[in-house]
Design a protein. Sequence first.
Length: 461
Amino acid sequence: MLRVANPLGTEFEDLVLPGHAFVAHMKNPEVLSDPKKAIADSLLHPIGSKSLKEIALDKKGSKEHPTATIVVSDNTRPVPYKGDSGILLPVIETLLDAGYHVEDILVLVATGMHREMREDELKAMIDERVFSRGVKVVNHLPKDESRLTYVGTTERGTKAMIDTLYVNADLKIATGLVESHFMAGASGGRKAICPGVIGEESTYVFHGPELMADERSRDLNIEGNPVHEESLAVARLAGVDFIVNVTLDHSFKITGVFSGDLEKAHLAAVENIKKVVEVPVPEKADIVITNAGFVGINHYQFAKCGVASLGALKKDGYLIAIGNATDKGHVIGSANYRTTLALLKLVGSEKFVKLLVSPDWVFLPEQWQVQQWAKVFERIPQDHYYEYAPQITHGYYQLLPGNEIRTLFSEGTDESDKGIYQVAIDKALEDISRKSGKKIEDMSIIYIAEGPYEIPRSQKE
């Protein structure tokens, strides 16, 4: 048997896998020995731009009360915004040093189409010293048209409506994490703006079915990726004066700080992650076991580990996904997501995609995530997908494609037990053996250790 660390936290027992499983593991990048100094150096000596303080002074000019908006990610991304490794407080202190007043500095949470964050969640994510200094923290509200300003239309036709709190700022700063992204190639950079602080209707082209279906809209690919290009086009219309992006290791420790020009600094970060994120596997497997990772706070986010697994998963193979859906009260996703997901379950991938591109289809925000699930179920039948998160209870699975592993548990199984994920994987493997008529030891298995964050690439097709 093969023992691996539980990817969902040290509060759970390690996982024991069949001994012949291949463990696909990202390289372990070197962490920064002094992240605080690295952040300070990055603000002083950025990539492709003046220092943050110089830009802040230029934007200030002779104004007594220049304004600054700093865009931060929401809690679906493990961006370090607190402690000695926090990137937010040094930015704020640089602005104060440049003569900006606390009351004129705003932190804007890039919720995108996600729900707004609660006060307790904001305080858990952002350094307490930001609040104690009196800096205001506000959620972006994509459906509130009174909070949006039109800044232009892209060549593809996106009507760019941007949060007014961002548009009206004299100084515009975007922060974030750069990791592999299953649509845009990589997160960070321009994505803080699009979809981070755009209006709901502005998603119709950016996340439309044509761009989602493009084969270039995939993990780690920037060149020619239409989702990346459209996001960048919107960000250019909105304007970004300075970015602060980081890359992280498996334990969310900083491996690089990339500040400066919107495009140049972001591209440097993307090149950095490519060295560690893409993982070779011998060949595609009969069974892939993965996890939803930190980002998997609800079913909406589970799609990321599903799509990331495709580089390791055989046609008509089996996929097992475990996760910890910690998003209280929102363990599935929005009404739009639930509705379109139920439709996918009912009609299947091929008919679902045909509906999306039909002229009679009415675009629904978050249909794009369900279109990503459709990619998974183009590779495997829905009943070859197994899923378990303790918080996603039985009633939800009337709407969800795939198999609810919970129904395979023995009567009286304690789901609060630290070994529950082991039970889930074992039960799924037993059912796969029954369904396929094969012994598990006769089936190839790949375990994707970092779930949605690593991109396996088969050496054979």
